[in-house]
Ligand binder design. Structure first.
Ligand code: A3P
Ligand code: MG
Ligand code: MG
Ligand code: MG
Length: 353
């Protein structure tokens, strides 16, 4: 399968949703709610999920979607619902041809709520299932850090297409990461990149804002000649991965540069294009299960760019079980040639706990 139609729809859907998230990014009031687990969700998360699922359902009506958000809180909150509808209804791609590919606008408020709720698939190992994170790194989005609009297609439990829209990352693949890459970011000129990959066909990047159907350029992980000079990325939020364990691993590898902290799957995109080298996400809690939508796109993009992605025990991430990566613990992503070296140290540090 070439998955060319799936790729095109996914890229355009992510591009259109990013237009919406960028509007919200520049609004002071982002309509933030606190979910049951105390994590934030904004009008941008809901609006982006609605736009993307509507486009998937118009093009591939039989496909399922595992989406992060659901609309129950909006059905009781008319003000918030109407605010999101205003955004969703007002967001189009400037390229009419491309907008047509997506199936045009959503018809009504009801249809918007239904689209959001159509992200309720249980996931699994059978059939075509999309994994959607409308805003990954919501805390970063609110803080003015990095965030990503993430969409991946899984077929029989394997990721076949992965797309990441990163409005606040530099367009330039060669721009190296530094301590400022994850903080005080904007989507000003020169920013906004769309990463894509199709299984067996490599990974690409292109500016997020160019008219609809432009082609991307190939991206590759950087060759790490001397691991002590590697740049490693980790979450900003200390509650999402263990900064302490990650520091211990970097120290054992004699990595001298401080970690680059950034929110969202922008970390996967950044190492895939060689702006950084290693992404470590070691669990803080023994019970938390990583969500498939936080990793599906990034996993494929990094592997197609010449990287290896496993959990902290060396197992490939298993997207076939349901909405979570219940068979995995943590994430270790690195160029193929050095992954085993990094993993060995990860195991050593974790075994001493
Ligand atoms: N205790 C925890 N451990 C690991 N990840 C967590 C977590 N609590 C929340 N997350 C996830 O971390 C994601 C952000 O990742 P990062 O730290 O790399 O920016 C969040 O995505 P959302 O922002 O989409 O909710 C959320 O799903
Ligand atoms: Mg969330
Ligand atoms: Mg997320
Ligand atoms: Mg999210």
């Amino acid at each position: 399968m070439s998955y060319s139609k799936e790729l095109k729809v996914a890229q355009l859907a992510v591009q259109r949703a990013s237009i919406l998230t960028k509007k919200v990014f520049h609004e002071k009031a982002k309509g933030t709610l606190s979910k049951d687990d105390k994590s934030p969700v904004t009008i941008g998360d809901f609006g982006a999920q609605a736009l993307i699922i509507a486009a998937i359902k118009k093009n591939f009506p039989d496909d399922q979607v595992v989406g992060e958000e659901e609309a129950s809180s909006l059905r009781d909150d008319v003000k918030l619902r109407d605010q999101i509808w205003g955004l969703v209804d007002g967001t189009r791609l400037s390229d009419a041809e491309a907008e047509k590919v997506l199936g045009g606008p959503i018809e009504s408020v009801e249809a918007m709520l239904d689209a959001i709720d159509a992200g309720n698939s249980a996931g699994g190992a059978k059939g075509r299932i999309w994994a959607l994170d409308p805003i990954d790194g919501t805390k970063g989005f609110l803080r003015g850090g990095q965030y990503a609009v993430c969409l991946a297609l899984m077929v029989d439990g394997d990721v076949k297409v992965g797309v990441l829209g990163c409005p606040n990352l530099p367009i330039d693949d060669a721009a190296p990461l530094d301590a400022t890459s994850g903080v005080d970011q904007t989507d000003a000129e020169g920013k906004g990149v769309l990463f894509s990959a199709v299984y067996g066909q490599g990974a690409t990047s292109r500016p997020l804002s160019v008219a609809g159907l432009a082609k991307g350029q190939s991206i590759h992980m950087k060759e790490v000649k001397d691991i002590t000079q590697a740049t490693f990325c980790e979450s900003v939020e200390a509650g999402h991965s263990s900064h302490g364990d990650q520091h211990a691993i970097a120290t054992k590898l004699n990595i001298s540069k401080p970690s680059v902290r950034m929110d969202s799957q922008a970390k996967y995109g950044s190492i895939a294009r060689g702006a950084g080298d290693i992404y470590l996400r070691l669990p803080v809690s023994a019970t938390y299960q990583e969500k498939i939508w936080d990793h599906a796109s990034g996993d494929l993009i990094v592997r197609e760019a010449g990287g290896e992605v496993t959990d902290s025990l060396g197992k490939r991430l298993d997207f076939s079980i349901g909405r979570t990566l219940s068979a995995n613990k943590g994430v270790v992503a690195a160029p193929k040639a050095v992954h085993s070296t990094v993993l060995e140290v990860v195991k050593e540090v974790l075994s001493k706990k």
